[in-house]
Design a protein around this ligand. Structure first.
Ligand SMILES: [Zn+2]
Length: 369
């Protein structure tokens, strides 16, 4: 049985963008409560670990000192900082008191998971508050203030480890891709709804890396209405062969679940069945796995999908019906979806054709054809 560490702090629920923001703290609270009520933390191979905040020099593995200082000052309510220059403002990245500590602790969480894996203290670490893949070295972007994945991967490659990063969030993992765009020590693969129709507007097939990094950035842009079967087919064609060829020491995954058909911010059409199959695939790709959270904005979907992910990580299966207390508090009845999106057969056919084209182009570019 694999040893699995779940990185958690109740602080993740207390501070954040607030209850009306898509990335609200309740997503994490509900996930934790569902896992807890299912007894998911009880088995002997599972440990819940409270991470420490990162050191400033650790944040500086990816972020500039200037940006770190700006986030700290804004977090304390200082008003003389030109916040818009750093990506803050009403809308996606509003400033909130304590945001330095709050977003810092999410980096601490992912970094602690990385350290446990590097020291071989566990085989899987799940930093469910992490996966904030859009943040840049000196700016906040797309609900992401600090880029926990980029910080942790920097730390891991400094230990001499080879890292494959697979990002299944519906949005392109631009911040992480850019962080390692010119190195061959990190393979980044992102599958996402095409930047033609979705934020951040990047992640096209021809973004393959530069210099030493050429060939080590892989992008699979998908059209709206891509469903479980089409997505999984594309995944199979590209991810396992590239990861196996790269032979990573540690697999890092961003497990955004905003690919779900009910997600209010995007237009892919996966269900929890597709998510579960994907988590199973990822689970087999490496002996050490740093799993991160990420996007997902349907509040009823996120806890269920990440619970299924945790079940696969830790080798547990859960009852079909949600626990009674959880049902009473949040509604819903089933752990897995009992409905699927209704997609017109013509749309399905066009979607499949378009994905086949993308896949054959990507395979050719990356030497798989
Ligand atoms: Zn996303």
């Amino acid at each position: 049985m694999r040893k699995i560490d779940f990185l958690h702090s109740p602080q993740f629920w207390q501070q954040g963008f607030g209850p009306t923001h898509p990335l609200r703290q309740e997503r994490l609270q509900r996930t934790y409560e569902l896992l807890d009520e299912l007894g998911a933390f009880d088995p002997e191979n599972v440990q819940v670990i409270t991470p420490p905040p990162p050191g400033e020099e650790e944040l500086a593995l990816f972020h500039t000192k200037e940006y770190i200082n700006a986030v700290r000052s804004l977090s304390m309510g200082e008003t003389h900082i030109p916040s818009a220059r750093y990506g803050f403002g009403p809308g996606d990245n509003p400033i909130f008191p304590g945001m330095f500590e709050s977003s810092g602790l999410k980096v601490g969480s992912t970094l602690w998971g990385a350290k446990l894996l590097a020291n071989r203290e566990c085989e899987v670490a799940f930093s469910y508050s992490g996966g904030l893949h859009h943040a840049g070295p000196d700016f906040a972007s797309g609900f992401c203030i600090f880029n926990d994945a980029a910080v942790a991967i920097h730390w891991l490659i400094n230990q001499g480890l080879r890292i494959a990063y697979v990002d299944i969030d519906v949005h392109h993992g631009d911040g992480v891709q850019n962080a390692f765009y010119s190195t061959d020590e990190v393979l980044t693969i992102s599958l996402h709804q095409s930047g033609r129709t979705l934020f951040p507007g990047t992640g096209f097939i021809d973004e393959i890396g530069v210099d030493e990094g050429e060939g080590y950035s892989v992008n699979v842009p998908l059209p709206p209405y891509t469903d479980d079967d089409i997505y999984l087919w594309a995944f199979h064609q590209i991810v396992p062969p590239l990861v196996e060829r790269f032979e990573p020491d540690i697999l890092v995954t961003q497990l955004g679940v905003d690919t779900h058909y009910l997600d209010p911010l995007a237009r892919l059409a996966l269900t929890t069945r597709g998510h579960k199959l994907l988590f199973e695939e990822l689970s087999c790709l490496a002996s050490r796995w740093l799993a991160l959270g990420g996007g997902g904005y349907d509040i009823d979907v996120v806890p269920r999908s990440w619970t299924l992910a945790f079940g696969i990580m830790s080798g547990q299966s859960f009852p079909e019906e949600l626990p009674p207390d959880y049902q009473a508090k949040y509604g819903g009845k089933w752990l897995e979806d009992h409905r699927a999106p209704q997609i017109d057969e013509n749309v399905k056919w066009l979607t499949r054709r378009s994905v086949e084209e993308v896949v054959s182009h990507v395979r050719e570019l990356h030497g798989l054809a």
